[in-house]
Ligand binder design. Structure first.
Ligand code: ARG
Length: 730
């Protein structure tokens, strides 16, 4: 009886909540709490119940959604554990399986039987078993502690909670903080380590448009790839074994080939990685004026040097292409984010919000001067921000530097015969890092250029002693020649700039040799700990700690200020739902962008032989023959479409789901006009770009000839009546 009463009052509370709800397309909501959004979702066209989305007692949609490798999202689409994700999520695995002789990155690949599927070492998927609010437990564990002791106590309490929750099971768990430490959730998940590549289109389809089209609508990319999760005979997680069986999931998504229309309900279910929606105006200013332009500049240096090498031969291209794509993706991201933060006047908007906040907080001593304190903390740090960016994006960017930093631990272990097994493994890992991405000539060029632009961009008073000594000893009259000369010396002499020399060194290690190695000296003198020791960025640890403390109070205040409204927490790689609609937009006055693109647009951009806009021969043939199979609409083939869902990196590969819980596409990107989205959601411009499920199936079926995959899927076709309902208004 009392329970019913409680439920009723909860219902009333949520009815009140709904009146002041944030606009529904904005927000990355927590599946367990999605009931609070339910009325709004229903109004927008959602036909299922909250229990269909998240339920721990019976199969629900959450059981068909996986964290793919911890960096992307995938969805289960068959009763045999088949997974769809993006091409750019599978990219590393695909490139890794490619050789100049068997080049599946360029040519595509379709396994025609389980036996042909390719195991991917190190790749895993996580299924969410359940989540739970553990804020009270964490708070109890930190009660009465001094501020300085809290962080460690929170980690310890979180580990204990996770250990208790998974005791006696094969599950794993962790606790994550929300609203900058104002709320905590426990996550229990089931991790599968045997994941195999089932198929991929050639990258001329999967990455069509390349970096030119990246982050841009209208778009024409077939950004999908196909994997399968395997389990032991008991259907539980098992290390890779040829005898493992395709996993039988609790739930898989049916696929709709009925097509989409403007205004249709659309939901994205996945694992968004990181947003910074509560960043202050001071943070926006620091990013746009200092940090982001520096990142872009340093990435430019790396990308140009690598591209030169990649164009020389196929083996090098295959070796570097995954790293290159990742660096290029966020190189363009920071360009777009900076441009849009300025265009949409986010700094000014944040200032206005902060002045409103100050008015609200004036009567509350706990919150009264938060904004001023942010100002002080940023003002102290800002003069060092560019130098910091050089360390992270520049000095630490080369694989060999990271190996050099670790070398002392390895050598000590060998000499003292400590942990021989692990040490051997660390050496193998170190040498493998070179095989994967190190190109002596490119790395040398990058090294010299970064050191010399540091000279001009960072005030002399912040140059580390070691750096100043290099500049003096090698001075040629200008920084370019100077650091080139130093690079020549380092690449001739150091054991770390030549993997063969490093291998020989580890076979006969000596601390004396290591400590006098110029590469080792460079690395240990320019890494962050040394900076702090040398007092060059005295403010950095203080800045991070002070900002974290302020963020927590600021969020506490905002939660209080917004009491009674729905307020979603920043993305933190935990499972979220975003709901909204398929929706067109106007990028500028007088222009409207359609909700979808077609294969005609793919052909219009076709440039034979081009890096980014080439197409496979069988694509051209199928296009000319209008061989679109059951996937056609109005005599053409839909390729990509847009929704107003709220997503970010990590959501890549997420299913776009219609009101009936069917897969209609795979989210793979955001649009240029709203690249400021991780910091401020713009209701007018922000769009999710998805690859249409029909294009995915056409590539598998007609181009790939992989009927075996098509036969596994639950494909939902339009009834004739709903087909005729469709109009040409797009
Ligand atoms: N912008 C996409 C994302 O972050 C990744 C696209 C990868 N493609 C590329 N050309 N780098 O999800």
């Amino acid at each position: 009886m009392r329970f019913k009463k409680l439920l009723f009052s909860l219902f009333l509370a949520s009815a009140v909540l709904l009146s002041s709800i944030v606009k529904a397309d904005e927000g990355m909501w927590i599946p367990m709490l999605i009931g609070k959004n339910y009325e709004q979702m229903k109004k927008q066209g959602f036909k299922l119940t909250p229990e269909d989305l998240y339920n721990i007692n019976k199969a629900s949609l959450k059981d068909a959604i996986v964290s793919f490798g911890g960096f992307c999202t995938g969805e289960i689409v068959s009763k045999n554990g088949l997974i769809f994700t993006n091409h750019h999520c599978g990219y590393d695995a695909i490139a890794d399986k490619s050789t100049p002789q068997d080049n599946i990155l360029d040519n595509g690949f379709w396994a025609k039987s389980y036996g042909e599927e390719k195991p991917v070492e190190g790749l895993f998927v996580n299924f969410l078993v359940r989540m739970e609010d553990v804020t009270a437990k964490i708070n109890a564990a930190t009660q009465g502690l001094a501020e300085a002791q809290k962080a460690a106590a929170i980690i310890e309490a979180g580990n204990k909670i996770a250990a208790e929750a998974t005791k006696g099971t094969h599950y794993e768990g962790f606790v994550r903080d929300f609203y900058k430490g104002n709320q905590y959730f426990l996550y229990v998940f089931e991790k599968f380590n045997d994941v195999r590549l089932v198929g991929t289109p050639p990258q001329s389809i999967g990455k069509y448009g390349g970096d030119t089209d990246n982050w841009v609508w209208p778009r024409h990319t077939g950004d999908f790839s196909v994997f399968r999760v395997y389990a032991g005979a008991d259907n539980k997680p098992a290390a890779y074994a040829a005898s493992n069986k395709p996993y039988t999931p609790k739930k898989f998504l049916p696929i709709s080939i009925k097509g989409v229309e403007n205004g249709d309900f659309a939901m994205v279910y996945g694992f968004p990685g990181r947003t910074d929606r509560f960043l202050t105006s001071y943070g926006v200013k620091l990013a746009t004026e200092q940090v982001s332009p520096t990142i872009v500049k340093l990435r430019d240096i790396r990308l140009k040097a690598w591209k030169e090498e990649m164009d020389k031969d196929v083996a090098t291209r295959l070796r570097l292409s995954s790293l290159y794509a990742n660096i290029a993706n966020y190189w363009k991201y920071y360009i777009g984010q900076t441009e849009q933060l300025k265009r949409l006047k986010i700094y000014e908007k944040k200032q206005k919000e902060e002045s409103e906040f100050n008015t609200w907080a004036a009567n509350n001593p706990e919150y009264a001067n938060i904004i001023d304190r942010f100002n002080t903390v940023y003002a102290t740090y800002a003069p060092y921000a560019i130098q910091r960016t050089y360390v992270n994006e520049g000095f630490l960017a080369s694989a060999w530097v990271r190996q050099a930093i670790q070398a002392k631990g390895i050598v000590t272990n060998i000499l003292e015969n400590k942990q021989p097994e692990q040490t051997k493994e660390r050496i193998e890992t170190a040498l493998k890092a070179y095989e994967e991405t190190y190109i002596a000539s490119a790395d040398k060029k990058i090294f010299a250029q970064i050191l010399s632009s540091f000279y001009n961009d960072v005030p002399r008073t912040q140059h580390p002693k070691f750096y100043t000594a290099i500049a003096q000893n090698y001075w040629t009259g200008a920084p370019e020649g100077t650091f080139q000369k130093f690079a020549d010396f380092l690449w001739e002499k150091s054991i770390f700039t030549d993997p063969q020399r490093l291998r020989e060194f580890y076979a006969k290690p000596s601390l004396k040799v290591l400590e006098s190695d110029p590469g080792y000296q460079y690395a240990i003198n320019l890494v962050p700990t040394e900076y702090v020791k040398n007092n060059l960025t005295p403010v950095l640890p203080d800045f991070e700690a002070a900002k974290a403390d302020l963020d927590k109070v600021y969020l506490k205040a905002l939660l209080e200020k917004n009491k009674g409204k729905l307020m979603y927490p920043d993305a933190n790689s935990t499972m979220r739902i975003s709901y909204g609609n398929v929706q067109n937009y106007s990028p500028q006055d007088g222009v409207t962008y359609n909700i979808l693109t077609t294969i005609d647009g793919v052909m219009a951009k076709y440039q034979p032989g081009d890096d980014e806009f080439d197409l496979p021969q069988n694509f051209i043939e199928a296009y000319n023959a209008k061989n679109f199979g059951q996937y056609a609409e109005n005599g053409t083939l839909v390729v990509n479409f847009i929704t107003n869902n709220d997503i970010t990196g990590g959501n890549s590969g997420s299913p776009v789901i219609n009101g009936n819980g069917e897969l209609i596409g795979l989210a793979f990107d955001g649009n240029w006009e709203a690249m400021s989205g991780d910091i401020a959601f713009d209701k007018q411009y922000k769009r999710t770009i998805a690859v249409d499920a029909r294009y995915v199936l056409w590539c598998i079926d007609v181009l790939g000839g992989a009927k075996n995959i098509i036969n596994e899927l639950d494909i939902r076709k339009a009834s004739t009546s709903s087909k005729t309902k469709k109009t040409a208004t797009r």
